[in-house]
Design a protein around this ligand. Structure first.
Ligand code: CA
Length: 665
């Protein structure tokens, strides 16, 4: 062989060796990258890119002048690097430019993707934007602090959709449907009553829970005139705020600044901010930003290679795989650090594995243990990951300081969420007493509960009441008013429905655990009977702020519930042991009545004994009370914490479908 041929052969084999594409039999063999410099590290003199695409045969970076339209002004090959990543550095200041990655798999170039760790995008989130994240904070942001929070059970949650909050003509807010509506003070409804953030302060909530506010896919950000509505459970870019909630979706900076202004405004009002996060699925599967980097890896598949679907949205993510776990942990931390978010609600948390959820908790604890975590302890379909590994309600004892929604109290109190026509305890249905009691103790072990008679869980599932989210309605299914109307018992008048409504929330707010209401319930909100309004128009979803005037009595009652809970730690016990010791059910020998005493200045309460009587009957009932000098503070749909009457006779009549609450010193 001639020398020249030999040299050519050596060079050729070197090239082949360099382009060798690793193959992996199973996802467990995929390399893991544990650095914190994913995708873009920007500085004014250089931008470094690092994308994880272990099975790619080639990866390129495309640079654009604009966030949408036109073609790349530069295409740059990336180099295979450690842990399955590809890197390239571009010198000069790329601020204001946009980029995508493109992966070649075998001989096929996949579609472009802005990546998954992307923090800023152009309109509709198809291209990543290069910005100086730490240069764009508004003035005073560095002084933003989380409002104080002592115990998790001190939390009172208000779930709101960004658009619903302000979009109605009578909201009095200018930035309709935008993050900035949460910065408007002094706004009023048609009758001059406070709306918006002033209203939230007046009501007394501690936490706003924002429905999906990361970048989701179903609303075209370039067509605000369409007034298209969606709840947003269709994630596109997890680490970017939703563009349609900003005043200028084509400016990548606007949505980031405005989200922060919203957070700071709420913090100034003493209100913490929770984000609804939906890591369990992506809007699309095959061509999602994840799947265009490492096809298949980020999702669970069935044994027959079809996409598993525990989310009910055609795919489910695989939190147990290291790179998705890393993504979830870092994404949550990013919102907590960069945007000062104070809590996270995990959609269909039962899809995620317990280990990942606990690692997120541990990571947040290092930052601030008062950041709350809770989620839906169920799925919307079956999953290939074994049940014992998943963050399901029945496994909640293995979740460290992560709460789960109590569908037990929800459906016992107001009736089935699936069968709209079925009423619950507050509408006069009997045999639900043990389930109501299950909710009252916050889902912990209590010797006076007959667990065989409960509707769902036949055993306590949490370690402490800090793990129970108590509620009767949320965005899903019918809102409370619609549910109570649809399941209306024979001859029940609208006045009686109002009675049921107040009664239902009284149970939520006096139960141990964390109370949660759906925005507008305090204004007697209805959604015209529509069951799941995820894409219904504003006319159905918006908060009608004039309801505050029309149903002022309902609002005042709800406000009273917040105040009662805020002022009385007896309703906010933090441990199972406290509940077992200081909450005692009292048998008042009347069907459909649940009563209990919070005793011995429970949890340091100034009131020595508190007697709560819940009358689920649609008629008044006469009861024999334990003998005490009682001060009545809640009765017949009214709350007056200074006391409305003294009760010192053994016989007492509780009004129909309502609570009577009294205390003794
Ligand atoms: Ca979007």
């Amino acid at each position: 062989m001639k020398m020249k041929t030999l040299l050519l052969l050596i060079i050729a084999s070197f090239i082949v060796a360099c382009n060798h594409v690793p193959t992996y039999k199973v996802y467990d063999e995929y390399p893991v990258y544990d650095g914190s410099d994913m995708e873009l590290t920007y500085s004014s003199h250089q931008s470094k890119f690092r994308v994880w695409a272990p099975t790619a045969s080639e990866v390129r970076l495309l640079l654009y002048e604009t966030g949408w339209g036109g073609s790349a002004y530069r295409t740059q090959e990336m180099n295979r690097s450690k842990g399955g990543t590809w890197t390239v550095s571009i010198s000069g200041d790329l601020k204001g430019r946009f980029y995508t990655f493109q992966v070649r798999l075998g001989e096929t170039w996949l579609d472009e993707t802005p990546g998954i760790w992307v923090k800023a995008t152009g309109i509709n989130g198809d291209r990543a934007a290069i910005i100086g994240l730490n240069e764009i904070n508004h003035e005073g942001w560095e002084n933003d602090i989380r409002p104080p929070l002592k115990n998790i059970t001190d939390i009172m949650i208000y779930e709101i959709h960004v658009r619903d909050f302000s979009v109605s003509p009578n909201s009095g807010m200018k930035n309709k449907g935008k993050f900035l509506a949460f910065t408007e003070m002094g706004t009023k409804n048609s009758a001059g009553q406070a709306t918006g953030i002033d209203h939230l302060k007046e009501l007394g909530i501690t936490h706003v829970h924002l429905m999906p506010s990361y970048d989701y896919a179903s609303v075209d950000e370039s067509r605000s005139e369409d007034k298209k509505y969606n709840w947003g459970y269709d994630p596109k870019n997890y680490n970017v705020p939703e563009g349609s909630y900003s005043t200028n979706p084509s400016n990548p900076i606007a949505r980031i600044q405005e989200f922060k202004q919203m957070v700071q405004s709420l913090h100034k009002a003493g209100i913490r901010v929770i984000m609804d996060v939906v890591y369990n699925h992506t809007y699309i599967g095959e061509k999602s930003h994840f799947n265009l980097l490492a096809p298949g890896y980020f999702y669970r598949m069935n044994a027959d290679s079809t996409w598993s679907n525990a989310s009910g949205c055609n795919n489910e993510t695989a939190s147990e795989r290291p790179m998705f776990r890393k993504f979830m942990i870092e994404s949550v931390l990013y919102w907590a650090k960069e945007y000062h978010v104070d809590g996270f609600r995990f959609d269909l948390m039962g899809i995620h594995d317990i280990e990942t959820m606990n690692q997120i908790r541990a990571a947040l604890n290092e930052l601030d243990p008062s950041i709350v975590m809770y989620g839906e302890g169920w799925t919307a379909g079956s999953s290939p990951l074994p049940e014992e590994k998943r963050a399901l309600k029945k496994n909640a004892k293995q979740l460290n300081n992560i709460a789960v929604f109590s569908d037990d109290i929800r459906d016992a109190v107001k009736g089935s969420c699936i069968h709209d026509e079925l009423p619950g305890f507050v509408s006069g249905i009997d045999s639900l007493e043990e389930s109501v009691k299950f909710g009252i103790v916050g889902g912990v072990q209590h010797s006076q509960i007959g667990y065989t008679k409960t509707i769902y869980s036949k055993a306590p599932y949490v370690n402490h009441p800090t793990q129970s989210i108590n509620y009767v309605s949320c965005h899903d299914d019918m809102c409370l008013v619609d549910k109570l109307r649809t399941s209306r018992p024979q001859n029940a008048t609208e006045e009686e429905i109002i009675r049921f409504n107040k009664f239902a929330q009284t149970i939520v707010f006096t139960s141990q655990g964390i109370p949660f209401i759906y925005a507008g319930e305090e204004l007697y909100r209805d959604k015209k009977g529509v069951h799941n309004t995820f894409q219904s128009p504003d006319s159905i979803n918006q908060i009608n702020w004039d309801n505050k005037t029309q149903y002022f009595d309902v609002f005042s009652y709800y406000k009273g519930l917040f105040e009662l809970r805020k002022k009385h730690p007896a309703f906010r016990m933090t441990t199972q042991e406290m509940v077992q010791k200081q909450l005692e059910f009292v048998d008042l020998k009347t069907p459909n009545v649940v009563a209990y005493v919070l005793k011995d200045n429970a949890n340091g309460d100034e009131w020595k004994k508190i007697l709560v009587i819940l009358n689920g009957n649609r008629k008044a009932v006469k009861l024999q009370l334990p003998q005490e000098n009682w001060n009545l503070i809640c009765h017949n749909g009214k709350i007056e914490l200074r006391g409305m009457a003294v009760v010192n006779t053994p016989e007492f009549t509780v009004a129909p479908s309502s609570a009577s609450i009294m205390y003794s010193k």
